[in-house]
Design a protein around this ligand. Structure first.
Ligand code: KIV
Length: 282
């Protein structure tokens, strides 16, 4: 029996064995991730895109995220369960942010929360940490800032922006975030941040130097449209396999090959004879 992964145990992994994180949004996804020995399951707001078919993560709210968190928690994973704080759940006031983080823990069963943003989110992060909720930071290409960034663009490509990002990541680590996600940044910036901050970094499109890597469940399993960003490596082609399986199912229905005799419930000969007799005499 492997030990439960916790926020402090992830924090202690800095410079140690690389951390494997994947998103999951439901019970079977969490069971699969946990069977694979994944360290952290993130109920990402990427559910907006890959589960709900929304164009951006700005469209998903607390209630949908909570439903996904509860479904994941029912799998009782060994992995640490981290819930993403959706857009506007931590932007309105510090109090509101603590209430929303608390809901993800109390009503969903999350063991930590993740929120996007650097130094300007420090007040919120400190208050959530004060409420004894572990926080995972997230800097770089933060999808909730899509309009402010002018699109989904690699961040930190100029010296000043890279320096700002390093300061952001350092501040999150010093505030007490147990890890920091680095998304969509040049590899050298990922490496500099990883060297510079005490908290483990978990990269997605941030190069190989980070303390761990994360990918979206549907991307890593090839469950998406087939078009993936450069940093995605699909380790399976489950969407194609699912289509092929359902095509065979449909063909077997048409031909009558499904269901076979083994796949139906039978009455005993005695009861069948009795039933038919009753029908014949009507
Ligand atoms: O929502 C999400 O899936 C994420 C990961 C990309 C880190 O935030």
């Amino acid at each position: 029996m492997r030990e439960k992964v916790t926020a402090p145990s992830i924090r202690a992994r800095k410079g140690g064995p690389k951390i494997a994180m994947v998103t999951a949004y439901d019970y079977p996804g969490a069971v699969i991730a946990d069977r694979a020995g994944i360290d952290i399951i993130l109920i990402g707001d990427s559910a907006a895109n890959v589960v709900h078919g929304m164009a951006t993560t700005l469209e998903i709210g607390m209630e949908e995220i909570l439903t996904h968190v509860r479904a994941v928690k029912r799998a009782d994973p060994r992995a640490l369960v981290v819930a993403d704080m959706p857009w506007l759940s931590f932007h309105i006031s510090v109090e509101d942010a603590v209430v929303n983080a608390g809901r993800l823990v109390r009503e969903g069963g999350a063991e930590a929360v993740k929120l996007e943003g650097g130094r300007k989110r420090l007040a919120v992060i400190n208050a959530i940490l004060d409420a004894e909720i572990p926080v995972m930071g997230h800097v770089g290409l933060t999808p909730q800032s899509v309009h402010a960034m002018g699109g989904f663009k690699v961040q930190g490509k100029v010296v000043q922006a890279a320096r700002e990002m390093i300061e952001d990541a350092k501040a999150l680590s010093e505030a007490g975030c147990f890890s920091v996600v680095l998304e969509g940044i040049p590899d050298v910036v990922g490496e500099l941040i990883t060297k510079d901050v005490d908290a483990p970094t978990i990269g997605i499109g941030a190069g190989p130097a980070t303390d761990g890597q994360v990918l979206v469940f549907h991307d890593v399993l090839g469950l998406g449209s087939g078009e993936y960003p450069k940093f995605v490596r699909p380790y399976a082609d489950l969407a194609d396999q699912a289509v092929a399986a359902l095509e065979r199912f449909r063909a077997d229905i048409s031909s009558g090959a499904f269901p076979s005799d083994d796949e139906v419930y039978h009455l005993s000969d005695e009861v069948t004879a009795e039933l038919l007799k009753g029908l014949e005499s009507r």
